[in-house]
Design a protein around this ligand. Structure first.
Ligand code: ATP
Ligand code: HSE
Length: 320
């Protein structure tokens, strides 16, 4: 269970007392998620989620809270940090930066289908348009510099064929982007897997977990989403019906430039590589701790997706 920092009853009571949330009723650690500690919290005023940031220090968190506040202001159902009785939205709890947000209705999808892919494609395009005028431009902490550094650091742990795949794909992307560096950027989610959305029936009720948000290529974010929402995880191949539904909905809302279309196959591959690498890094970091290892996502899924996109990456087609 991914509760890295445990809160006691008295910790939670003290926290709740600092907000306008009435009295504590109950709380429970959330087992989903690998990056942060999350608790469901019920008080006499409603249901909330407490997040303790495990990867960021206090001064790094405001950017992410600002992104969410910007999107909430534009009408998206996203988890903005609540303000406490001191007028603050961010604090430290047990040495970790912490916030409380509203708990949204709905639940995680068990899997994707054409309808959810269509809804995601539409929402993602709107998110990209809404993010264009967000004034803070932060580079990704898992962007180009990170994947260069991490691929070097992890090379010795890999089979030769894996190391070759990693290096050749990074080199191919570097060559491409050196000549096409001015592709359109916006504020992107950066990790919009389907387990970072909540659905109530066929309604997308919230988009959560903006802690990989950054200023980057819109096409990269679209590729992250397509790889997770539209792939058969056992083979890495794209499910053509889901892919078509998602792209059609995205392209209906947001026009892409010819340069973005040209970049699409590279983006599909580098987006697969980014999650293969982060999963490899997490897996190797946890390999001496069986409990933590059991919580990690399987790196092989994204190796298979990358291999599938190397075999064939589709051109960006405007589906009618
Ligand atoms: N505001 C919210 N409303 C309802 N449920 C939520 C909310 N925030 C988190 N959850 C639930 O908690 C789970 C874990 O949250 P989240 O994805 O933010 O954790 P994480 O550790 O950052 O995960 P990840 O592995 O995606 O990085 C979500 O999948 C969702 O079920
Ligand atoms: N969505 C990521 C984990 C959180 O960043 C993955 O599935 O590897």
């Amino acid at each position: 269970m991914a509760v890295y920092t445990s809160l006691s009853d008295s910790d939670m009571r003290a926290l709740v007392a600092d907000y306008y949330l009435g009295e504590l009723v109950s709380f429970q650690g959330i087992s989903g998620g690998v990056e942060n500690t999350n608790y469901f919290l019920t008080t006499t005023t409603g249901k909330y989620v407490v997040t303790l940031f495990e990867e960021f220090e206090l001064e790094e968190v405001p950017y992410f809270l600002d992104v969410v506040a910007h999107l909430k202001h534009k009408g998206f159902n996203v988890p903005a940090a609540l303000i406490d009785i001191h007028g603050e939205r961010l604090r430290e709890v047990k040495g970790r930066p912490a916030i409380i947000v509203d708990c949204f209705p709905g639940g995680e999808l068990k899997g994707t289908d054409e309808t959810s892919c269509r809804l995601m494609g539409e929402a993602l395009a709107k998110l990209h348009i809404a993010g264009e005028d967000f004034p803070e431009h932060r580079d990704s902490h898992r962007g180009v510099a990170w994947w260069h550094k991490t691929s070097q650091a992890i090379k010795a742990e890999l089979e030769p064929a894996q190391a070759e795949l990693l290096q050749s794909q990074i080199a191919a992307f570097d060559d491409f982007i050196a000549q096409h560096g001015d592709l359109p950027k916006t504020t992107i989610h950066g990790d919009l897997f389907y387990n970072n959305t909540l659905f109530e029936g066929n309604t997308l009720s919230a988009i959560i977990d903006f802690y990989n948000a950054c200023y980057s290529w819109a096409m990269y974010d679209l590729a992250i989403v397509v790889n997770d929402w539209c792939s058969d995880m056992s083979t890495g191949e794209l499910d053509q019906n889901k892919y078509r539904a998602l792209l059609k909905a995205y392209l209906h809302e947001r026009d892409v430039t010819p340069e973005e279309a040209e970049a699409w196959p590279y983006m599909l591959r580098i987006a697969a590589l980014r999650f293969w690498l982060s999963r490899l890094e997490a897996w190797h970091g946890a390999k001496h701790d069986p409990e933590r290892l059991a919580q990690q996502h399987d790196p092989l899924e994204f190796q298979r997706i990358l291999e599938a996109r190397v075999r064939f990456a589709p051109a960006l087609t405007v589906f009618s």
